[in-house]
Design a binder for this molecule. Structure first.
Ligand SMILES: [Zn+2]
Length: 616
């Protein structure tokens, strides 16, 4: 490979990495290709540039008030020591005693770098100019606070990340790395189902570096055991990491040391190299999830990796397993860094072709490939039923003991829906093999889930209606009553901020389809709590159909929301049902004529406000 080819490869690999579709893993990038370029041409300009990220390209450009640079890297104690020596040299020049040099160690989050200031969130971009990605805050990105000089604030430089645990629990079956998932969704024009749910669950978070738990140390500490100090701070962090950042704290030293085009000279990232091992595949287990996707788990001969016995490695999806030929007998390299579940790094020796099952392992219905995913085609897939029941109890959140094994036993005993579960007596549970004490407890938990107060939107989200997660359920029930959702129309839904055309179209249909089952559960009498400020107040416009048009004195969105709280059905256009057309300024005569011809009463904004009692 010529040096030009090497640089081209590095550039392409970096671009792929930054858009969430890496073509080589981080370690190979750093230790093989980048190391090779450093060896061949230490002064190559490629090594002195901030590698651009292109997420959000196409949105407006934001100039960073100060450049967002990369970080120089250290992979071992020797390289950290070399850094400390450089700092000491600068301290000598400033006549600062070595004992007065202070360092701070902060976890280095493995997400997507971003900066938030003056209400604008921007990517790093090329370090000088970033892309505006502020719209993600409206889409549900959680902005966490940091602390600067004792002041709580959510501004500054940080990373967009997903907590490790959430990724492992919810996304690891479908995505190979949290960073890829994050960069994919931040740049996407339309959020995928998974991305929407993660946003609604508050799992996608902007974390300013000032908000992370850090530790301070001096020259002696760093020279003695940099790795140990970093590990300690990394262990306490709940986000995916790829090491720690070591900063010099003395301001005069920072000024003395300065920066290159690429990085600050007073800062270094101590990268943690994940522990890798080679394991042999003995088989593949397929599991069907709630969405009927059938995902592969690679069963390997048990090996020990950084203190944990590993016998299963996620294969992500059927397409991946097929492309990599990781069937029985294959030797695969796996890596485990931090507390991340082990992931497949590469194939050392291919095995037999992986067998992709024709049938769903849970319900034996035919399974078909849909893009990279193997999907059960069964309408009443057992795995799907179990997963839906599990989703119900998890989302409700006020019931214990109904975990996977309990639910599995119920379904095996032909108890397949919630109505049947809520009818069960202790004797029924005993008949299925549960102990007497456990049976009493199970009944008590079912009772508890109905008597203990729970938010109404949780119950709605628990039904698992497509496109109706916790966030959207909350927005919907802020306007309409749970008990009357069978009357909900697409026209009403699209008027609620946060619902688009596709969801407004599909949600009422799905509710209609499942309404009987939903109503049965609602009628069991849960102790539902409704957000008080959204209680509908009876008024002259309750149950009336209203359209707002023209330029209003107050914001039209506010007027719509107020009307909805007064029980009105706000429509987007006049039709036969419309009772009132509220007109602002500059409304065409034709519009008014048409409304009147349909029997709609036309009122001005002022008349309307008097009518609802907002003004007299
Ligand atoms: Zn199935």
């Amino acid at each position: 490979m010529t040096t030009d080819e090497l640089v081209a490869l590095l550039t392409r690999a970096n671009e792929a990495y930054r858009t969430g579709n890496p073509i080589i893993d981080d370690d190979t990038f750093d230790h093989i290709y980048l190391a090779e370029l450093k060896k061949r041409e230490p002064e190559h300009p490629y090594l002195d540039q901030v590698q651009p990220d292109t997420v959000g390209a196409g949105s407006s450009k934001i100039r960073h008030t100060e450049p967002m640079l990369s970080t120089d890297k250290a992979y071992n104690q020797e390289e950290v020591t070399a850094f400390v020596v450089r700092v000491q040299k600068a301290a000598d020049a400033q006549e600062i005693p070595s004992a007065d040099i202070r360092f701070r160690i902060t976890p280095k989050l493995d997400g997507m770098a971003a900066r938030y200031s003056d209400g604008i969130l921007a990517t790093r971009g090329n370090g000088q100019l970033g892309n505006d990605i502020t719209r993600n805050i409206k889409r549900g990105l959680v902005m966490l606070e940091g602390e600067k000089a004792g002041v709580r604030e959510n501004t500054g430089v940080g990373e967009i990340v997903i907590p490790e645990q959430y990724f492992n629990d919810v996304l690891a079956d479908s995505f190979s790395h949290p960073r890829n998932f994050v960069t994919g969704l931040i740049g996407a024009d339309n959020l995928s189902e998974e991305a929407k749910e993660a946003m609604q669950d508050g799992a996608v978070q902007f974390v300013p570096y000032s908000g992370l738990k850090a530790s301070e140390c001096d020259v002696e500490d760093l020279l003695a055991d940099a790795e140990g100090l970093c590990e300690k701070i990394e262990k306490a962090c709940i986000y995916p990491l790829d090491g720690s950042v070591i900063d010099v704290l003395n301001l005069e030293l920072r000024i003395e040391m300065g920066a290159t085009n690429h990085h600050h000279n007073w800062q270094i990232a101590k990268k943690s190299k994940g522990v890798t091992a080679v394991a042999e595949i003995e088989g593949i287990t397929w599991r069907t999830g709630r969405t009927r996707r059938i995902t592969p788990v690679l069963n390997v001969k048990t090996i020990n990796l950084s203190g944990a016995d590993i016998s299963n490695v996620t294969g992500h999806n059927a397409g991946n397993v097929k492309n990599l030929n990781v069937g029985v007998g294959a030797h695969i390299e796996i890596v485990r860094s931090g507390e991340v579940i082990p992931k497949l790094l590469g194939v050392v020796k291919p095995g037999k072709d992986a067998d992709i099952p024709d049938l769903c392992p849970a319900c034996k219905a035919p399974a078909k490939m849909e893009k990279d995913f193997l999907v059960c085609q069964g309408e009443t897939c057992v795995a799907q039923i179990e997963a839906q029941l599990q989703h119900f109890f998890n989302t409700l959140g006020n019931i214990d003991l109904f975990g996977p094994s309990t639910i599995n036993t119920l379904v095996e005993n032909d108890i397949r829906d919630l109505a049947a579960i809520y009818k069960l007596q202790a004797s029924d549970f005993e008949g299925m093999g549960f102990g007497p004490k456990q049976s009493t407890n199970l009944v008590a938990q079912l009772e508890r889930s109905r008597s203990e107060e729970v938010e109404d939107w949780r119950l709605l989200a628990a039904f698992g209606i497509h496109h109706l997660g916790k966030g959207d359920a909350k927005k919907l029930l802020a306007v309409y009553k749970l008990e009357a959702l069978d009357q909900l129309t697409s026209e009403q839904l699209i008027e609620i901020p946060g619902f688009g055309e596709i969801t407004a179209e599909s949600i009422p249909k799905s509710i209609a389809l499942h309404w009987l089952a939903m109503k049965t559960i609602i009628d069991l009498g849960f102790n539902l709590r409704k957000e008080e400020k959204f209680d509908v107040t009876e008024s002259v416009i309750t149950d009336q159909f209203i359209v707002f048009t023209g330029a209003m004195q107050s914001s039209r969105d506010d007027m719509k929301a107020a009307a909805q709280r007064l029980g009105a059905n706000v429509q987007s256009a006049v039709n036969k049902k419309t009772n009132y057309l509220v007109i602002g300024e500059k409304v065409g005569a034709k519009k008014i004529e048409k409304a009147e011809s349909l029997g709609t009463k036309v009122v001005t904004e002022a008349e309307y406000l008097v009518m609802i009692g907002a003004e007299s």
